[in-house]
Design a binder for this molecule. Structure first.
Ligand SMILES: [Zn+2]
Length: 87
């Protein structure tokens, strides 16, 4: 029986049941479970955008998009639409 298996999260060091309820699936790892618990994984994703690094990445992505041809087309479409509405 694999019941009552306890896994220690390598991030918060909390012991939690080694089930998919507490750990997300990770196919590359032998146990099939991620070494970080779901809480830590969720926190990491959430926290990323408020870190300086995360902010920088978002800013870079936005500025890249703003100068892209795709954005220019979208911008033009928006302006055309606005003109039509104002008519
Ligand atoms: Zn954890």
């Amino acid at each position: 029986m694999i019941k009552n298996m306890i896994k220690t999260c390598s991030k918060c060091k909390t012991e939690k049941p080694a089930t998919l309820e507490f750990f997300s699936a990770e196919k590359r790892i032998k146990s099939g479970l991620n070494s970080w618990c779901r809480d830590c994984r969720n926190n990491k994703v959430k926290d990323h955008h408020v870190t300086d690094n995360g902010k920088q990445q978002v800013a870079t992505a936005v500025s890249k998009y703003n100068g892209s041809a795709k954005h220019k087309i979208a911008r033009k479409r928006y302006e055309d639409k606005k003109k039509q509405i104002n008519k």
